[in-house]
Design a protein around this ligand. Structure first.
Ligand SMILES: *[C@@H]1O[C@H](CO)[C@@H](O)[C@H](O)[C@H]1NC(C)=O
Length: 373
C-alpha cells in the first residue's frame, strides 16, 4: 500500500513536472512575431531580389562567419542586429524577407508564423534615398532599394493575406502583439550631407522626422502598437566617412546630423503615443550606444574601432568587401565589418543593449519590457 501511494505521488510529480515543462516549451515555441523594417543594418537579403541593385551583399566575403559561411545578403560577417534581437526574443534568427516568404504557399499564414523582414540596404525614410538616379527621360529600369513607404505597402499585403485566413480579429491580434523593429535614417543623413545641400540642419531634420511620422501613422493604421526604434549611430565614424577627414577622425558634421535626429524622433513617439493610448514604444539611442564603443573599443573587447575588417586601402575602406578584398583574420577584434557596417560582434552588443539596456541607452523602456508589455 505504501508503495502504491509512493507511486501515485511520484506520478503526480511527473504530471507536475511534465505540465511545467510543456508550459515552458509552449511559451518558448511561440515568441511574439517580429516585423522588421529599415536599411542595411537589419536587411537579411531583401535586395537579392532586386536584379541590378548595387546595394547587395549576397557574395563572399560577406557571411564568412554565418553557418556554412553562406553569403545571405546580410551586410555582415555573420548575424546582424535583426538576427541578434530575434534570438534574444526567442527566435532562431530574423524572420525571412518578404520576397522569400511571398514565394512560399503559406508564407504569411502558417501556424508558426514568426514575422517578416522588409528591410532593404541603402533605403531611407525618404523615397529617393538610395535609388539610382535615372538619366534622361528613360523610365526607371532598375530598382536599387525598397524605400520605407514601399516596405509598409508590402506589410499591408501581408495584412491582407493573414486576414483571409485569420479574419479581422485574429489579424488585429497578431499585429497589436507583434514587435515592429525599425532601424532607418542613416542613409537619408548620408545623402543630405554629401549632396552639399544648403538647407539648414534643423530644417532638414524636421522634414525627415515629418516623413517618418507619416510612415509611423500608416503602421498605426494597420494596427501596429509596439514600436522598437533604433535611431542613427554616429555614421560619421564609419570607415568610409573617416576618409573624408584628413586626420582619419570622425566626420563631425555628419555625426551632428545623427545627434540631432534622436531627440526629434523621441518627441515624435511621445506625440503619437498621446494620440494612441494603447501604443507602446522603446527608442534605442544608437548614437550614444555606439560612440561609447568607438571611443573605448578596448573596454568592449575590440582591438580596432576605426578601420574595416574587410575591404581595401586606407582603413580597409577605399573599396567594399568583395571576394578578393583583404580580410582581417580575427573578425571579433573589429567594430566594423566593411566600410559602412558593424561586425556580428558589434551588432550583438547593440542588440543586447537594445534588448536589456538601461534608460540611458534605451527609453522609456527597453525592448525586453516592450516585448513583455
Ligand atoms: C577630423 O577628426 C578630428 C579628430 O577627431 C576632429 O577634431 C575634426 O573635427 C574632424 N574634422 C572634420 C572635418 O570632421
Amino acid at each position: 500500500m505504501e508503495n502504491f501511494e509512493a507511486l501515485v505521488l511520484f506520478c503526480l510529480a511527473c504530471i507536475g513536472v511534465f505540465s511545467t515543462n510543456s508550459a515552458i516549451a509552449a511559451a518558448a515555441a511561440s515568441p511574439p512575431a517580429i516585423f522588421i523594417l529599415g536599411d542595411s543594418t537589419v536587411d537579411v537579403g531583401t535586395n537579392n531580389f532586386l536584379p541590378g541593385s548595387n546595394a547587395r551583399a549576397d557574395f563572399p566575403r560577406n557571411g564568412v562567419d554565418f553557418p556554412y559561411s553562406r553569403p545571405t545578403g546580410r551586410f555582415s560577417n555573420g548575424f546582424n542586429s535583426a538576427d541578434q534581437l530575434a534570438v534574444l526574443m526567442g527566435h532562431r534568427r530574423s524572420p525571412d524577407t518578404f520576397f522569400l516568404l511571398r514565394k512560399e504557399p503559406r508564407g504569411f499564414t502558417k501556424p508558426k508564423f514568426r514575422g517578416v523582414n522588409f528591410a532593404s540596404g541603402g533605403s531611407g525614410i525618404l523615397d529617393l534615398t538610395g535609388q539610382t538616379p535615372v538619366k534622361g527621360s528613360l523610365p526607371i529600369s532598375r530598382k536599387n532599394v525598397i524605400p520605407l513607404s514601399e516596405q509598409i505597402h508590402q506589410l499591408s499585403h501581408v495584412y491582407d493575406k493573414i486576414i483571409s485566413v485569420r479574419k479581422q480579429k485574429g489579424t488585429r491580434d497578431i499585429f497589436s502583439k507583434s514587435l515592429f523593429f525599425i532601424s532607418i535614417g542613416g542613409n537619408d543623413l548620408f545623402t543630405h550631407y554629401h549632396s552639399k545641400s544648403k538647407q539648414p540642419k534643423e530644417k532638414f531634420i524636421a522634414s525627415l522626422v515629418q516623413a517618418y511620422e507619416k510612415h509611423l501613422r500608416n503602421l498605426l493604421k494597420l494596427g501596429a502598437r509596439k514600436f522598437g526604434i533604433a535611431t542613427v549611430a554616429p555614421i560619421g565614424c564609419c570607415p568610409s566617412q573617416r576618409l573624408f577627414n584628413r586626420t582619419l577622425g570622425c566626420l563631425e558634421e555628419l555625426n551632428d546630423l545623427a545627434l540631432a535626429f534622436h531627440p526629434r524622433v523621441t518627441q515624435l513617439m511621445y506625440k503619437l503615443s498621446s494620440e494612441y493610448h494603447d501604443m507602446k514604444f522603446s527608442i534605442g539611442n544608437a548614437f550614444l550606444m555606439t560612440i561609447n564603443v568607438i571611443n573605448h573599443p578596448n573596454r568592449f573587447g575590440f582591438k580596432d574601432g576605426g578601420g574595416a575588417c574587410c575591404g581595401q586601402g586606407a582603413l580597409n575602406a577605399q573599396a567594399p568587401c568583395t571576394p578578393t578584398a583583404s580580410l582581417c583574420p580575427i573578425r571579433d577584434d573589429y567594430l566594423f565589418w566593411d566600410l559602412f557596417h558593424p561586425t556580428q560582434k558589434a551588432a550583438q552588443l547593440a542588440a543586447v543593449t537594445l534588448y536589456s539596456g538601461p534608460p540611458f541607452f534605451v527609453a522609456p523602456i527597453n525592448f525586453k519590457q516592450l516585448a513583455e508589455a
